[in-house]
Write a protein that binds this ligand. Structure first.
Ligand code: GLV
Ligand code: GLV
Length: 323
């Protein structure tokens, strides 16, 4: 029997799987993000064999020191910028993430944000609730159509590729940028590879970001790059907040450098950049792109399967590599 710690309550599916395999699962009693000190205190002298961590937990040398018996940290997220992976590898600790199971949820959410901003859904809803509607009018709350426009996808992983498939149903042209071109994807979707991010920004009516947060992608979208975008462009981000310079984005939205933005992630979560929430041309959601019952449950199962594999001395299902 192994001992497994979960830093916060997650859907039951994976917990049950671990318990059914006769392991002891301890879920943090605190319903909230554990501070570094609280996390260290929870792990110390407990001899946990495995830990399920969240993207809000900073997993680094201090944590590994506090829990020297832990063979695997199974991160309950596809992104793992919260984990010091090189340090883990040095110590022979396995780090896993949850790829694949949240692809549809996040791609759907990115598309929902694109529709919400282009159709001004939230603004319209607020307008009605505030009692401002006094009858149909030809110029009331005009939005913009997707049909025939160009969607630029930055980062062609699973989620970016899925979004490209949805785009076809709306007769959007798709251009994309990634480290390398993908000819199979191009054949399947008719998408066109752009040599760099700047070119993509110049030709796109809508831009959706799907890169991981790395030193090389921090502030990938900054004030200069926002200026390359079309004045009617809409920017969508469901990846990680720091990929966009959020203060620069607020400025750009305020000054109509671009038309609007749909954001699920923020540079200093849970805080928003000053002024962001006052802008009518943004739709913001609280990092809930993967928050479907299906995805969150499948993520729970996948972290459990990763832990079971490692405890059995097998290869993890989705071990991450050092970036
Ligand atoms: C959510 O942001 C995730 O990385 O799974
Ligand atoms: C994440 O799952 C991605 O590959 O986009």
């Amino acid at each position: 029997m192994a001992k497994i710690f979960v830093t916060r309550k997650i859907p039951e599916a994976g917990i049950e799987l671990l318990k059914n395999n006769n392991h002891e699962v301890v879920v943090s009693a605190q319903d909230g993000v554990l501070s570094k000190a609280e996390l260290v205190a929870s792990l110390k002298d407990q001899n946990y064999d495995a830990v399920i961590s969240l993207l809000t937990d900073k997993i680094d040398a201090e944590i590994f020191d506090a829990s020297p018996n832990t063979k695997i940290f199974a991160n309950y997220a596809v992104g793992y910028d919260n984990v010091d992976v090189p340090e883990a590898k040095k110590r022979g600790i396995v780090i896993t993430n949850t790829p694949g199971v949240l692809t549809n949820a996040v791609a759907e959410h990115a598309f929902a944000l694109l529709l919400a901003v282009s159709k001004r859904l939230v603004e319209s809803d607020t307008f009605l609730r505030e009692g401002k509607y006094d009858g149909w009018a030809p110029l009331l709350l005009l939005g913009t159509e997707l049909t025939g426009k160009t969607l630029g996808i930055v980062g062609l992983g699973r989620i970016g590729s899925r979004l490209a498939q949805y785009a076809r149903a709306f007769d959007l042209r798709v251009v994309y940028y990634d480290i390398a071109a993908n000819s199979d994807f191009e054949k399947m979707t008719g998408a066109k590879f752009m040599a760099n991010v700047d070119e993509l920004l110049k030709v796109s009516d809508f831009v959706s970001i799907h890169v991981p947060l790395l030193p090389s992608t921090k502030h990938l979208i900054n004030a200069d790059r926002l200026k390359l975008m079309k004045p009617h462009a809409i920017l969508i981000n469901t990846s990680r907040g720091p990929v966009i310079d959020e203060a620069a984005l607020v400025e750009a939205l305020r000054n109509k450098v671009i038309r609007g933005a749909g954001l699920d992630v923020f540079e200093n979560e849970p805080k928003l950049a000053p002024g962001l929430a006052d802008l009518p041309n943004v739709v913001i959601t609280p990092h809930t792109a993967s928050a479907t019952e299906e995805a969150r449950s499948a993520m729970s199962e996948l972290v459990a399967k990763n832990i079971l594999a490692v405890l059995n001395g097998e290869k993890a299902v989705s071990e991450v590599a050092v970036n």
